[in-house]
Design a protein around this ligand. Structure first.
Ligand SMILES: Nc1ncnc2c1ncn2[C@@H]1O[C@H](COP(=O)(O)OP(=O)(O)O[C@H]2O[C@H](CO)[C@@H](O)[C@H](O)[C@H]2O)[C@@H](O)[C@H]1O
Length: 480
């Protein structure tokens, strides 16, 4: 089966979050199920710089007002179609924000163009290759299935995956003419959303199947608390909704071979982690003593519960923990966390910024990773934690709930526990979890058992890729 995946970021070419990891790893995992994927993504400067010997495959003179070329290239095992459109993507800032951190004002056109290019390829415009199915991700490519619906060519099946419903791609009705859709597309059963244009809303209405990245989150988004206004639309599509938990690339994330990890180890050589721990302590300016290091690797936002970390940092230190925090995001939260570090030199270290190698080392050397998200469709850092023997302490929500087994008495006795879950996401909820972690940590035999059990968890793509492949087959024409 041939699949066109359309994504606004793909690891290792460009990554701002978990979407890139999934868009990069899933096509590789799907190969063994007979699925051949080409992934269409924007030609940001970092992408244009990284690719070698691309081949021009399709030319647009006027893709929503600008010229563009689709280039094909193989990059680290992924077949990439780069949408080279300098007017849209050759910019100094990041994929979505300018250098000052503001949304590009023409994001609607930039990602409608990506989606339209996807729909054109789906319609068979690219010589020599037409997919059997299209897979889109989040609002940035959700318009692909909208364009596909209004195409004169026979419609292909499409799957839309929701990675984060908090970002919906909503724009004023004034952008509608610029999308070049027929007038009747501005309707409730398509992209119209309370008088505005909703890209994710349009995708939810037009994709043949909707998936999200864990079974728990698939249930949660049907409720007003988690649906963020789209719960009604999703409920109306409940028969086409699937929760498939994310996996991780276990070759990229492997503590016995990871090139950025100083000292390699496996489940039987966990003691070697201590050398990685020393490197983290050095980087974050932490005392290299026996107190456990709790890591945080995250966007510093309310969704991720970072305000709760800021509110409890003093008590976590008082209780005997140390914090190593890597991330960036909300300026006020960055300020509160830096202030906490200044109050507790040697006990709290904060690094503001994005640092992929350090994120690996932290998993390989710190004792636990705290993930206090208010909602979490799947979450990847707890999966990396499990793989690296870095015990996850997670909010009981979404995919965190589905992937971490809480160390309650029964689970400990049965030797199946892999981490700590807590609820609600409040200061007292988190502190209670930290207290439990410190008690477990004090008994090194129990702690080691938790680490080992976590490392045995199947966090690979194997089972989930099989589920995507089965979903694709159920939608694609017979024989594909
Ligand atoms: N400062 C930093 N330096 C280096 N690396 C950093 C970093 N901050 C974050 N990261 C990395 O970025 C990724 C974040 O992925 P998550 O799944 O945790 O959340 P995100 O909200 O981006 O993804 C959304 O999509 C994914 C994929 O479906 C879902 O798992 C998730 O629940 C959903 O919110 C991880 O690989 C993490 O290691």
């Amino acid at each position: 089966m041939k699949v066109l995946s359309v994504s606004s970021e793909v690891f290792p070419l460009v990554k701002t979050g978990g979407l890139a990891d999934v868009a990069g790893a899933l096509p590789i995992a799907l190969k063994r199920f007979g699925v051949e994927t080409k992934t269409l993504m924007p030609g940001y400067p970092a992408v244009m710089k990284a690719i070698r010997k691309p081949v021009a495959r399709l030319q647009f003179d006027d893709l929503l007002g600008e010229p563009a070329t689709v280039l094909e290239v193989e990059h680290e095992g992924i077949d990439i179609l780069v949408l080279d459109a300098p007017a849209y993507y050759d910019r100094a800032g990041g994929p979505y924000l300018d250098a000052t951190g503001r949304d590009y004002p023409d994001n609607w056109r930039r990602f409608a163009a990506l989606s339209l290019a996807g729909a054109e390829i789906a319609a068979g415009l690219m010589p020599g290759w037409r997919p059997d199915l299209v897979h889109t991700h989040d609002w940035q490519s959700a318009m692909t299935s909208v364009y596909m619906r209004y195409y004169p060519t026979p419609e292909l099946p499409s799957v839309l995956t929701i990675h984060n419903i908090a970002f919906q791609g909503q724009f004023g009705a004034d952008v509608f003419p610029g999308l070049r859709l027929p007038p009747h597309a501005f309707a409730t059963e398509s992209i119209e959303y309370y008088g505005n244009v909703g890209f994710l809303k349009g995708g939810l209405q037009t994709a043949h199947a909707i998936t999200t990245v864990s079974p728990s989150y698939a249930g949660e988004i049907l409720t007003p608390e988690f649906g963020m206004g789209l719960q009604g639309v999703i409920t109306s599509r409940i028969d086409s909704l699937h929760g498939i938990v994310n996996g991780i690339d276990t070759d990229v994330w492997n503590p016995s071979t990871d090139p950025v990890v100083h000292t390699h180890y496996n489940g039987t050589t966990l003691k070697s982690r201590v050398e990685n721990r020393t490197s983290i302590a050095e980087f974050f300016g932490l005392h290299n003593d026996n107190a456990p290091i709790f890591s945080i690797i995250s966007r510093l936002t309310w969704q991720k519960g970072m305000d709760v970390i800021a509110a409890t940092a003093d008590q976590i230190v008082d209780m005997g923990g140390k914090l190593a925090i890597l991330g960036s995001g909300d300026a006020a939260l960055e300020g509160s966390l830096l202030a906490a570090a200044a109050r507790h030199p040697g006990r709290i270290g904060v690094s503001i910024g994005y640092n992929e190698p350090m994120s690996h080392l932290m998993q390989a050397g710190s004792d636990a990773i705290i993930i206090p998200s208010r909602f979490e469709p799947c979450g990847l850092t707890q999966l990396y934690g499990l793989r690296y023997g870095c015990v996850p302490i997670v909010a009981r929500t979404g995919g965190l709930n589905d992937t971490v087994i809480d160390a309650n008495h029964a689970a400990l006795a049965a030797k199946v526990a892999t981490g700590i879950q807590f609820s609600p996401v409040t200061a007292s909820g988190l502190l209670q979890a930290i207290r439990r972690a410190l008690l477990l940590y004090a008994d090194q035999k129990v702690w080691t058992q938790l680490q080992k059990q976590g490392m045995k968890s199947d966090v690979s793509w194997e089972k989930s890729a099989e589920r995507y492949a089965a979903l694709y087959s159920s939608l694609a024409p017979k024989g594909k």
